[in-house]
Design a protein around this ligand. Structure first.
Ligand SMILES: [Zn+2]
Length: 82
């Protein structure tokens, strides 16, 4: 998947290549890769940071749902025993 992202400093856009399986930005068409070949540029780092935040958020939401589900299940079990 290739997505166009906007430069932080200008009106330019850069093509960021995202690995759809891992959700990691693997390549970017900005100038930085010419200066630092093989290194993740700020666009890649920014994108990957966002993905990690989103992933942590989703994990947290799922954990809370599971706790709620578990809590309801325990309560139903307690009531059904009456
Ligand atoms: Zn870049």
């Amino acid at each position: 998947m290739v997505t166009a992202i906007k430069s932080f400093t200008s009106e330019k856009t850069y093509d960021l290549t995202i690995n759809e399986k891992t959700g990691v930005a693997e390549d970017c068409q900005c100038n930085s890769r010419h200066f630092h070949p093989g290194k993740a540029c700020k666009h890649q780092r920014e994108f990957n940071g966002e993905v990690q935040r989103a992933a942590r958020f989703l994990l947290a939401v799922r954990a809370v749902r599971e706790m709620e589900y578990q809590w309801k299940a325990n309560r139903e079990m307690a009531f059904s025993g009456l």
